[in-house]
Design a binder for this molecule. Structure first.
Ligand code: ATP
Length: 339
């Protein structure tokens, strides 16, 4: 079943379309992450779904019902923003209970639900703690418990882990995914951090200038970026103009093998760094201009005889030193033809 459907949604500020005829469906229990550069319209999208921002055109359907004219508090959506927006004067329980009280829940019911949620987010017994004394990660959990407390049909997260340091983010994102799976929560999250989106989402939606540039599973989007915009946003820089003839694309880097069935003629090609192979029989001579350590591999920046620089992903043990002369070839499985 589709929990959320956006049809032809358009929002303009000062004549500029911030959302430009956006169509999107989120299934029940699905976790969708909207990813995009700053200003691409991600937060506006959430605000329209929540009823905090009016759309100029298009529809928002929740559980099949048009939400036009339905106020925020009747939409049964949970919201969690990047700065948590906890009430500093209330303790943890008072924060988590907020949405329940708004719905008129009784004292005993509220207390039981708060305890249950604090267990769920890994803060058992923390109800009486002042929120001011919590760490960033603990505050994030309280904000999550507060958003989940009223049992929303759709949980929306806006840069949920934005303020936290990297290692905590990486840990929490795994916890969040496990929790949402267990609860069967339908989630629409926005983030500019691709690592976060790819770790959290069943489906990733990449936005640019108010439009959906690509939607697909993390693996699909990673393996087959649909455009140069998506490829560059994901951090792929090995993009070059090409002319396809048969199974080969001619480029300033020399011939690049392309998948069979690729249309002939002008295009742009992406070679993922893993497909730039340093080997003595490679056709392209390069000098190593830089090296970036990436944990389990090294990204080597190569300066070819002609054309733009390119990145190669190398195993730690064999990565050449800066200044070394190397030769490279391209592996077909890491070549993506862009429109
Ligand atoms: N109420 C408003 N009035 C005028 N312009 C606005 C308003 N809200 C947002 N904008 C503009 O709309 C554009 C999209 O904003 P939005 O916050 O949706 O982007 P975003 O993708 O969430 O960005 P970020 O990642 O920086 O939060 C921006 O250019 C922003 O300045």
């Amino acid at each position: 079943m589709t929990m959320l459907r956006l049809e032809d949604l358009t929002v303009r500020f000062g004549g500029q379309a911030v959302l430009d005829a956006v169509d999107l469906a989120v299934g029940e229990g699905e976790i969708v992450c909207v990813l995009g550069p700053s200003g691409s319209g991600k937060s506006t999208l959430l605000r329209v779904v929540a009823g905090l921002q009016r759309a100029e055109a298009g529809r928002v359907l929740l559980g099949g019902r048009d939400q036009d004219g339905v106020p925020t508090h009747r939409r049964e959506v949970g919201l969690m923003f990047q700065d948590h927006q906890l009430f500093p004067q209330r303790d943890v329980a008072g924060n988590v209970a907020f949405g329940l009280r708004m719905r008129g829940a009784g004292r005993a019911e509220t207390a039981a639900r708060v305890a249950e949620l604090l267990d769920l987010v890994g803060l058992p017994g923390a109800g009486a703690r002042p929120v001011r004394e919590l760490s960033g990660g603990e505050q994030q959990r309280v904000a999550l418990a507060r958003a989940l407390a009223p049992g929303p049909r759709l949980l929306m997260l806006d840069e949920p882990l934005g303020q936290l340091d990297r290692s905590l983010r990486e840990r929490l994102v795994v916890e969040l995914r496990t929790l949402f799976r267990r609860l069967g929560t339908t989630v629409l999250a926005v983030t500019h951090d691709q690592g976060e989106a790819f770790a959290l989402a069943d489906r990733v939606v990449v936005m640019g200038e108010g439009r959906i540039a690509q939607a697909g599973t993390p693996l699909e989007v990673w393996r087959r970026p649909a455009s140069e915009f998506v490829a560059r946003f994901l951090g792929f820089e090995n993009v070059v103009a090409a002319t396809v003839r048969g199974a080969v694309a001619e480029t300033v880097w020399g011939p690049v093998p392309v998948p069979s069935g690729t249309a002939e003629g002008a295009c742009r090609v992406l070679v993922r760094p893993g497909g730039v192979r340093i080997a003595p029989d490679g056709h392209l001579a390069c000098v190593v201009a830089g090296r970036t350590f990436r944990g389990d591999h090294v990204v080597v920046r190569l300066r070819p005889e002609g054309g733009p620089e390119l990145d190669a992903a190398c195993a730690l043990a064999v990565a050449p030193e800066v200044g070394a002369s190397v030769r490279v070839g391209f592996a077909a499985e890491d070549v993506v033809v862009l429109p």
